[in-house]
Ligand binder design. Structure first.
Ligand code: NI
Length: 164
């Protein structure tokens, strides 16, 4: 994938998600049920955990180190991890979760920019990546993940009073 295209997709999908998040009335931000049992804030906290893993992973690979993030845990159980992160993050105040969300987006863009197009597309950039290109890891934790959460949030938003 072209580096420009990767950065554009990260930004344009995030914009779509932001349009939904900023349309949520204040009093509905922390009400369960926005996505399964999660509130909008829980979804943001969830995206933040994955975003911080990606930032750490990109930092490690940039240093030439073997990445040690959850992506490389052979016993990774994503659902169990998501539940554990939900428990850890559910009491985080909205303002803190939102500040993390904005900061992580900037950090992701900066970290991605530190790699050349050739590096992003090199399946042998680091043996620990298992033959997958770096851009694929990036896509999974950025626009693909945002896309997964856009549809349920949009559907929920449309059920709120005064939005028909
Ligand atoms: Ni998710």
């Amino acid at each position: 994938m072209k580096k420009d295209e990767l950065l554009t997709r990260i930004q344009s999908t995030r914009k779509q998600l932001l349009d939904i998040l900023t349309a949520v009335p204040l009093e509905y931000r922390e009400i369960p049920g926005a996505t399964g049992e999660w509130s909008v804030k829980d979804v943001i906290v969830h995206l933040n955990y994955w975003g911080s893993m990606l930032v750490t992973m990109l930092y490690q690979v940039r240093q030439g180190a073997a990445p040690t993030t959850v992506h490389f845990d052979p016993a990774l159980d994503v659902e169990a991890l998501n539940r554990r992160w939900y428990e850890m993050g559910k009491d985080r105040p909205w303002e803190a979760a939102w500040a993390d969300f904005e900061a992580l987006h900037r950090q992701v863009l900066r970290r991605v920019a530190e790699f050349s197009e050739a590096e992003l597309n090199d399946p042998h950039l680091h043996p620990k990546l298992g033959g997958r290109c770096l851009w694929e890891f990036i896509a999974t934790d950025t626009y693909h993940h945002d896309e997964e959460h856009i549809a349920p949030l949009q559907a929920w938003l449309e059920t709120l009073p005064g939005r028909n």
